[in-house]
Design a protein around this ligand. Sequence first.
Ligand SMILES: NC(=O)c1ccc[n+]([C@@H]2O[C@H](COP(=O)([O-])OP(=O)(O)OC[C@H]3O[C@@H](n4cnc5c(N)ncnc54)[C@H](O)[C@@H]3O)[C@@H](O)[C@H]2O)c1
Length: 325
Amino acid sequence: MRILVTGGAGYIGSVIVEDLVRLGHETTVYDSLDRGHAGSVHPAATLVRGTVGERELLAQTLRERDIEAVIHMAAFIEVGESVHHPEIFFQNNVVGSLEVLRAMIDTGVKNLVFSSTAALYGDPQRIPITEDDMPQPTNPYGESKLLVERMLRWLAEAHSMTITSLRYFNAAGATEMNGEDHTPESHLIPIVLRAALTGEELRIHGTDYPTKDGTCVRDFVHVLDLAQAHVLALGRRDAGMRVYNVGSGEGYSVREVMETVQRITGKTLNIVTGPRRAGDQIATVASPLRIRTDLGWQPQHAGLDEIISSAWRWRLAHPNGYGSL
Ligand SMILES: NC(=O)c1ccc[n+]([C@@H]2O[C@H](COP(=O)([O-])OP(=O)(O)OC[C@H]3O[C@@H](n4cnc5c(N)ncnc54)[C@H](O)[C@@H]3O)[C@@H](O)[C@H]2O)c1
């Protein structure tokens, strides 16, 4: 298939592109490189530098490369930033997504896989979270993805498109080639691994949550298992929009993650505790039943040990992230 991946120079995108290339798909990455890394793009993929706001360039790329399907991952992702600058998130994530959809409609490309997020559920009424649970985002980042999903429903219907929205839980882990390197880094596992490497202080934001040990609980899904979910979604042939959780179904607390990192790396972490952080969800754990049943998704790299071990190997090989390439 000829596939365009917006945001394909980012963390998850780089791994998905790696997997698409491995499977023989002709892959084009469309990325502003604002927050991604040219060095993370697989050499067999074509990189087009542009923003999703540039509809003409997008449409031209879709036409020239004769694209059959789009994976739309380009977005801003940092929850804290979204709390302080919601306008930037609505512009980039919502308006930007609409431009992608309009370019697809203009060029007759009908197959879309959208990167959505568990952040749109907010603090869930029950665990595990199913796709039918009421979305109630606790931050503008989650709200921006929910707004896009709402648009996608109408667009799928009006234009007979095949749209799959994948609500990722916490993406984590690495391949040999690609791992997580955000600036600033806001995700737990890379922050804890960096602290293991440098000995810097590691802060737990909130120890009084109503969870097993008072710290937030998250569901980690290996990026390679996320990649498999995208490949399966690209295989859909029926029109209409579908929404799937992509998570392992297992919840780990922040403290459990830190303990696992200490065990795997053999390093002692310098942990301090602090107050809760604005916008953080208390606990998110997926029910992945629907994607297993409908698309046959079978995670091959589940389990915190494998996720952390792969991320640690990548971090040791790239102590300065992509800056060291
Ligand atoms: N990382 C996670 O745990 C997680 C969880 C749920 C959902 N998601 C979603 O997955 C997607 C990828 O996340 P990630 O962690 O790889 O993020 P990332 O920041 O590493 O990658 C995003 C990429 O999008 C590009 N980008 C941003 N705005 C752009 C624009 N206007 N035009 C073109 N390119 C643009 C950036 O340069 C970057 O390369 C995002 O849509 C995110 O919301 C991520």
